[in-house]
Write a protein that binds this ligand. Structure first.
Ligand SMILES: CC(C)(COP(=O)(O)OP(=O)(O)OC[C@H]1O[C@@H](n2cnc3c(N)ncnc32)[C@H](O)[C@@H]1OP(=O)(O)O)[C@@H](O)C(=O)NCCC(=O)NCCS
Length: 179
């Protein structure tokens, strides 16, 4: 068994705790999801389904399929979350699809980096052999973060999304989890 909480140093000398999410975190996870959606810049979501039923169904689905759901806490406040979602195709159950978000006021401190590092460790422990993700071509901090953790760009789907009447290319990245 791995430790359920790990502590990572941040750039300013403070620390972030990364741990597995519990149902009690769902309100915070949704709060961050809603606020990132409202920024209308980073994720291809225009409307967030909210409500206790939606939140609990999402959580129990991911627990039952063995996804990794992490939260980042600073001074006991949830400031970010990261999901490595087990791929839904039977023959791709060894693949995880990663999503990550950090509250706007805590970005650039190293929280994202700590969550990715921990997500990779825990994904390996859960038997994932590969992690895939995609991001907008305009999301330079995300691309930098993923490259720093050895994700490689493997393709681009041009004009895949349209946000606020502006096209976004979708940059596809992957990390093979060799031992
Ligand atoms: C992407 C995201 C999760 C990163 O989290 P974070 O806590 O800010 O990440 P970190 O602080 O660990 O790292 C960010 C990196 O981007 C760099 N960065 C910041 N702004 C940048 C810019 N405009 N251009 C290039 N790099 C930039 C930082 O310098 C840092 O790199 P470094 O550690 O090598 O200096 C966060 O920005 C976020 O939640 N964004 C909104 C949601 C989102 O985009 N999710 C990902 C969708 S695919």
């Amino acid at each position: 068994m791995y430790e359920t909480t790990s502590v990572h140093p941040l750039k300013d000398g403070s620390a972030v705790r990364i741990r597995e999410a519990t149902p009690k975190d769902l309100v915070d996870i949704w709060r961050i999801f809603r606020s990132v959606t409202e920024e209308k810049k980073w994720i291809p979501v225009l409307f967030v389904d909210d409500g206790e039923f939606e939140r609990l169904s999402w959580f129990s689905h991911h627990k039952s399929v063995g996804s990794v759901i992490l939260v980042a806490e600073i001074e006991k406040k949830v400031v970010g979350h990261c999901l490595v979602e087990r791929d839904e195709w039977d023959a791709a159950a060894h693949v995880g699809n990663l999503g990550i978000m950090v509250n706007v006021e805590h970005r650039g401190r190293g929280v994202g980096s700590a969550m990715i590092k921990e997500a990779i460790i825990r994904a390996r422990e859960k038997g994932f052999e590969k992690i895939c993700l995609s991001t907008f071509n305009t999301n330079l901090s995300a691309i930098r973060l993923y490259k720093k953790h050895n994700f490689q760009i493997i393709g681009v789907r041009r004009r895949q999304f349209k946000m606020e009447e502006e096209y976004k290319d979708e940059v596809l990245m992957e990390l093979i989890l060799d031992n």
